[in-house]
Structure formats: C-alpha cells, structure tokens
Ligand binder design. Structure first.
Ligand code: FES
Length: 120
C-alpha cells in the first residue's frame, strides 16, 4: 500500500508508562506514527532528542502521518502536515507557517527506557 492522505486525528493522550514505539525504529533524523493506538502519537528523533506529539494537525484535526505511518520531517527540523502544508517546529510544536495560524501541536511527554519510547 502506498502513502495516502490520512484520516481524522485521534485525541486521547497515552497514560504515563505507555510504550509508544522502539527507538531502534526511529533513526535520527526521522519521524513516524507510534506503534500505540493505531498511530495516535507521532514520534520525532532529531539531533539526539526524541519528542512526541498527538497525531492531529490543529488546522483541520486531520492526521499528520501518512497511511504508511511516515511523517514528513523537513531537513531543517519542521514537521510538515501532508494535507495543506502547515509546518511545525519539531522541538516546540509551534506552528512555523501555513494555515494552522498560531495553533501548535499538542505535546506528549516521553522518555526513552531500555530502548523503548515511553509516555510520561
Ligand atoms: S489539516 Fe494540516 S494544514 Fe490543514
């Protein structure tokens, strides 16, 4: 199956301790949807730092990931929404351009534990 436009985002955040994915599946730099809850969270690994955000663009509440789970991460570190092209800083989640205006991404606090990316 190729990359297709995503559907609606999922707004329920993971509880602390939830394993979202493996660090080994997230090369630096890259971004992808979580293994948890049908990709409800996106994971970003850049410059040695892992960040996570709810998989929902604030512009039209659609998913930031493609159906393959890939997330568009610009070489300058911006997460790019595949629907209308809004861009977000991968370290702060702030909108950097496009139709999302001043609305940024919703952060999910994560840490790496024994090779897993874990919420909380
Ligand atoms: S849904 Fe993301 S920019 Fe419109």
């Amino acid at each position: 199956m190729g990359d297709q436009c995503p559907g609606r985002g999922v707004s329920q955040a993971p509880t602390a301790g939830t394993i979202l994915g493996k660090l080994s599946d997230l090369p630096d730099p890259s971004a992808r949807a979580s293994d948890w809850n049908d990709g409800a969270v996106i994971l970003v690994h850049r410059n040695g730092v892992v960040t996570a955000w709810m998989n929902e663009c604030p512009h039209a509440q659609l998913r930031l990931s493609l159906t393959s789970g890939k997330v568009l991460l610009h070489k300058d570190g911006f997460i790019v929404c595949p629907i209308h092209g809004a861009s977000f800083e991968s370290e702060s989640g702030a909108c950097a351009g496009g139709p999302a205006g001043d609305d940024g991404l919703t952060a999910v606090v994560v840490r790496v534990v024994s090779g897993d990316v874990v919420a909380g």
